[in-house]
Design a protein around this ligand. Structure first.
Ligand code: FEO
Length: 398
């Protein structure tokens, strides 16, 4: 079996991107990213999912290598341009190809790709099937995982799910395609970052999609990014299930912003106080220096979130405010939540601003304190009480 043959009649024709610095122009790609595409060969041939336009030459070559018989269908599970960008070139290379998607898919492809001829499209609904001659594709709509048009495609005779962004991870593929043929460890770290950064806001839709797909027999999951899952399906599904449900692991993430180090001193003192009380997993992020991507990942993953800020022009320090906006956007919940703030000549507004986030996010504050100027005797005493409150809240929420 060739390394790009996933199972009988199913081939990998995707591409790696080791050039793009930031996915969606925001999220770092230290290990690159793959845009996965697959070819299913029955009597008719279907290409499943496309790639970003930058990689179109490699993509067309991969398709050509895998199929000498042309392509009858292009199934579009998701139209975001990292998957739809190359569609116009695929249509140019295979003029008779029909694009398979739901009504929203067609709307978005017409908009993005300027393909307007209705006869080009085969519109499918939830539960519809497409017979390739000996192989059957069944379509299931899973809206908002992670756009409204998103669907998945199940290859019935192979128990194989083309899952779109679901179960994806950052990280280009290094030779092998299927988990059985590689060391998957980096993809798990990158899966937490991918999920929390990209899909994180849509947890309830991921949960609904998992419920809809729960009775499918799965031998292969073929996402649009990262490895094809075969041996490790149970582990991957469980990670997505728990992240979508906002479940988290024991551990403390402290995110702070500090202009001259005083709020940073408080962050260090909080970490020490928690360590003295037995907390072993503590991650500290200086919001002005850490990648937003990493802070979001850790905030998703660990149970206790502590955020601190100096007062800056009557608001939170801007990098901390950006972080809190990212938390609010992703509807972060079910955390032990502590906040702290510092101020000098302006009124202490940090408490009020954190309270605003807490209210809007329905994320109660379990511990809070503030100090003026620099850390002093009272501030250290307050931190002891703060740490006690955090530990008590952790014990209450176990
Ligand atoms: Fe990989 Fe939502 O696009």
């Amino acid at each position: 079996m060739k390394i790009n043959e996933i199972t009988d009649s199913v081939y990998y024709v995707g591409v790696n991107d080791r050039v793009t610095v930031r996915f969606e122009a925001m999220w770092p790609l230290p290990y690159g990213v793959s845009y996965n595409s697959y070819l299913v060969r029955g009597k008719k041939t279907a290409l499943i999912d496309g790639v970003k336009i930058d990689e179109v030459q490699d993509f067309l070559k991969n398709i050509d290598d895998a199929s000498t018989a042309g392509i009858d269908y292009l199934v579009v599970n998701h139209t975001e341009p990292d998957h739809s960008g190359a569609i116009p070139e695929v249509v140019r290379a295979y003029p008779d190809i029909r694009i398979v998607g739901n009504a929203k898919t067609v709307e978005y492809i017409k908009g993005f790709c300027k393909i307007t001829d209705d006869s080009r499209f085969l519109v499918v609904k939830d539960g519809d099937t497409l017979d390739l001659g000996g192989l059957t594709l069944r379509f299931a709509l899973i809206p908002m995982v992670h756009w409204p048009e998103t669907m998945v495609t199940y290859l019935e005779e192979r128990n194989l799910l083309f899952s779109g962004d679901a179960f994806g991870a950052f990280g280009a593929l290094n030779g092998a395609v299927v988990d059985r043929d590689m060391d998957t460890s980096i993809y798990y770290e990158e899966m937490y970052r991918y999920y929390s950064n990209i899909v994180g806001k849509y947890g309830r839709f991921v949960t609904a999609a998992l419920a809809k797909l729960k009775d499918l027999k799965l031998d292969y999951i073929c996402p649009t990014h990262g490895p094809v899952w075969h041996d490790e399906i149970a582990k991957v599904v469980e990670i997505y299930r728990s992240l979508a449900a906002y479940e988290s692991e024991p551990g403390v993430v402290i995110v702070y912003g500090s202009m001259y180090g005083n709020t940073g001193d408080a962050a260090e003192a909080i970490a020490r106080a928690l360590a003295e009380r037995g907390e072993k997993k503590i991650i500290i992020h200086n919001a002005a220096k850490s990648e937003m991507s990493d802070m979001i990942r850790d905030a998703f993953r660990y149970r206790t979130l502590i955020v601190g800020s100096c007062t800056y022009s009557m608001r939170l320090f801007p990098p901390v405010e950006m972080f809190m906006n990212a938390m609010e956007t992703r509807e972060i919940r079910d955390k032990v939540f502590g906040v702290f703030g510092s101020f000098t000549w302006a009124p202490n507004v940090t408490g009020g601003m954190f309270a605003g986030y807490s209210e809007r996010m329905k994320l109660p504050i379990d511990a809070a304190f503030s100090f003026r100027h620099a850390m002093g005797e009272q501030a250290y005493k307050d931190i002891d009480e703060f740490a006690d409150s955090i530990i008590a809240a952790q014990n209450n929420k176990v």
